[in-house]
Design a protein. Sequence first.
Length: 493
Amino acid sequence: MSEKELTTHQNLHFDELWAYDPAPESPDYVSIEPQYQLFIDGTFQKPESGRYIDTVNPSNEKVLAQVAEAGKKDVDKAVTAARKAYEGVWSKLPAKERGKYLFRIARLLQERAREFAIVESMDSGKPIRESRDIDIPQVIAHFFYHAGWADKLEYAFPGVRPKPHGVAGQIIPWNFPLLMAAWKIAPALAAGNTVVIKPAETTPLTALKLAELIRDAGLPPGVVNIITGAGQTGVDIVNHPGIDKLAFTGSTEVGKIIQKAVAGTDKKYTLELGGKAANIIFDDAPVEQAVEGIVNGIFFNQGHVCCAGSRLLVQEGVAEELVYKLKLRMETLIVGDPLDKNTDIGAINSKVQLDRILGFLTEGVEGDQKIYQTKCNLPEKGYWCQPTLVENVSQSHRIVQEEVFGPVLTIQTFRTPDEAVNLANNSPYGLSGGIWTDKGSKIFNVGKRIRAGVVWANTFNKFDPTSPFGGYKESGMGREGGIHGLLPYLELS
Ligand code: NAP
Ligand code: MG
């Protein structure tokens, strides 16, 4: 079917078929303070810096709250509190008591799951369906999972004596704000470390709500310190001499800066960085199922996913049918209010990120690239990008090589499995990948040749606290999740 016929087809059916009535989740349920302080030593404290920054709702550009911007002195206070808590209380506590605190955090989160989901969607722009059904349940699962490990570390690493490092400094991004906090805090505490963590500037609210919850859970003061701020606060954490172990999730650019900063020190560190995953569709794959996987892989969470399947590789024989069905499916995706339960694609997290994405779609277009965007109406206020396909690309194009971190998918075709593997591995990144085929043998053959930390088969973007996650090459070093994720928080002697 030609592009023109496809458009007519959509106009005839889809506008009517997918016109759902609004079903918004009410934000009245949650309370957001006008101003938040730093959570240090078990209490909320005004910043020594005296500075505050606004966090906005990216779907309407309204300021949600002011949060403190931690300066160097504040970082020092937080690290000092974490050290005192480590030496005075946490390292002396029987392991099963540590586990009880983690169980308590998980259960309190379960009770307040709806509130956390709403705040997450308001502060980050992600659809409520995702924060409610993916982020918050995964957060809870992470705390439960690691609660179980706290008193079983010698079974995880038999024959050696696992010991915590001390104080962990943790820096996280804005794409899964509370989930990244859980990925960091839960294993650190289970392993017996204390924590100083900094959420991203644009998404601090669920971390601050978690601080309230941690206080209410009765965790000894100073075991978890949550300090908000911008990039400089992250720099001050990285450079603080009192940090024993650093855990960073964010861009490859900042990851490289951190790696240089810790060179020559005895700080341990793990880096979870960017990605540019290939999602490979063979001609024996179930096409409709693959289309759902592709949509989930790149449009999920506005493409703000480090492991997003942003490069589609399709075997030639099935390419025409697949692209046609993919476009039809894309036209049904609902872009809009993150709090509406019908929304598939919410707001782009910030103006800066939207400009970055749009930059790829204007200056980034090379040769005879063709951009296909769905015809949805975007709200007037807020930061939005409709689902986008970029066709006629080649391997050397910027949009194929660089991480866009938005709902933008490139399409390339291949003839043989070898060609698919070469295209998939021709990237500075190596975080994830996907394979769609009817043949188990092909999954094993191709899967093991893809240089990526996670390769999904006939599915995409599936997470579980028991599975290690992390990258090769410029996607970082170290793993999070499972036993592998406990290891960086422990010294084995
Ligand atoms: P980013 O700019 O690297 O920021 C990540 C965090 O580091 C934020 O808290 C940021 O603070 C802070 N930061 C900024 N500059 C710093 C510096 N010089 N030293 C120390 N900390 C610093 O990344 P982003 O744009 O927020 O996040 C998107 C990136 O994260 C993407 O590349 C994505 O692939 C990656 N990511 C990777 C994973 C993974 O598991 N591999 C998961 C999620 C995201 P402010 O935000 O306050 O500036
Ligand atoms: Mg925000």
